[in-house]
Design a protein around this ligand. Sequence first.
Ligand SMILES: [Zn+2]
Length: 587
Amino acid sequence: MARFPDHWMSELLSKSDIASIASEYTLLKPKGKRLWGCCPFHSEKTPSFSVTPDSQMYYCFGCHAGGGVVQFVMEMEKLGYIDAIKYLAQRVGMELPEEVDDDKLRKERAVKERLYAACKAAAMFYHEKLMSPEGKTAQQYLAKRGIDGAIATKFGLGYAPPGWDNLLKHMKTKGFTEKELISAGLAVKGQKEGSCYDAYRDRVIFPIINTYKRVLGFGARTMGDDTPKYLNTGDTPIFNKRNNLYAINLQKGEHNADLIMVEGYMDVISLYKAGVKNAVASLGTALTQQQARLIKRFVPRVYISYDGDSAGQNATLRGLDILSKEGLEVRVIVIPNGMDPDDYARKYGGEEYLSLKDKAITLNAFKLDSLMNGLDLNTADGREEYAKKACALLSELQPVEQERYISTVSRRTGLSADTIQRQCGVTPRVEGNIIGNNRNTKQKSREISQGPNKAEISLLSCMIHSPEALLYAMDKMAEYGIEFSADGLDEFATELLAYSAAGEKPNIPVMLSDLPGEAAEAICAAMSGDEQLVDPRATAEDCINAMARAQLDQRIIELAAQMERDNSDEQIKNEYMRLVKARASLK
Ligand SMILES: [Zn+2]
């Protein structure tokens, strides 16, 4: 059942405290054995969301959301099971275990391992070429930009020589197939059927490495006037630029207070050379939610340091909103004279660059500045236009934040603070504009469900708390042929029985960790019940009877309908008679 080894799961869960993880999303206060807070899954004013540290579970008495820490992360971060486990593992710095039982997963992993191996071998090939006499022009090119051999090695930089099959030939001697090389983005299919050639030729190579120090793909820069200036690995089974950041591998274990987000590989490297070692680069796309989450795992604050000419563009600003929506504190570094970080760090040094951090402005202040682009505030038209745009932005902010910027806009436009305030009230919120800071209106998408079936929950509670009730219930359920309605609960019950038979205490948090959401909710509901179980065996009997009545009725109706259509099937008739008899024996 489990897709990760139990001992590994146990360690992960012991390090992933549900109370502290849930506290990142809602304020929890202790009362009795539990912690209580407003539910992060549905909107409410009085707390009905509870966390039980003892059993490492949460349960909401309002919307019936419930589970262990894995379900919490899955629901909160909208992740699948495997990704939720990865998220938790990364959070506590645990490597994923190698062995995975799931067959499909194992096959996928084997394919991916080949691609990782191919990218690593290619990175080594490119790096050797750069360091060899063959790489002389590339060395000179990098030297001109202040990059010496030590830095080139630190970043694993390389050189792809000119020619169509240098890498291909090398990789074939290492046992890689053309298909694998194409799949990893290292080679490209040719026009002619079955032909292929090197993806990168006569370019400087920047390997993109993830936090597990695996090479995923490459950026390749021309040294001349070829277009495009940068060629990047497209999506492959191991690489998706929307999920990664350049140089994030160097941040693991560094415990920096913040990261600096730049645009290009060269910005990261020049800053590093200048002693600023906490820069990462987006990979040529607008920032994504996945990248924001990646950053959030390392630091709470991020400084944006883009080129002067591109920072003010709408696409960029929208990307920055994603960062603050994920709860990161965002500041924008404004580099004088529209220089980029690479030029600035090389010209003035790291210290001077870092001093710009002190002058960094908030994202909203930066947006307000950007709105002036292309407007002439010396004209009445320009000022009016700016006032409208700025007020549209301000109207999206919380009143306390609004207050801070109203005087700025007033000063820039010559309009009174009062007028600005009124305009903020009337300006409609514009969809698709650069504005839109929804930090405080986190989407609460969960619908209030009916809650799991009451009889099933009571039965589960009896089964968890009493071995006698467990044995009785398993027997009776088999006899009547009834099942739990939520997927995974029957397996859960079987597992409980196995623990019980072995005389062991079940490890419920581990068992819970890979159950489907509905099953986990039911179990948490069962364990969150407050009523005392006086006679679990008798309660179990009542529950089984209630479930049996409902399920037998349903099956009898179905069989009757089948017999009406075709009355010749003896098997159906016998089954029908058996069920009717069983049903009659139930009160
Ligand atoms: Zn709730």
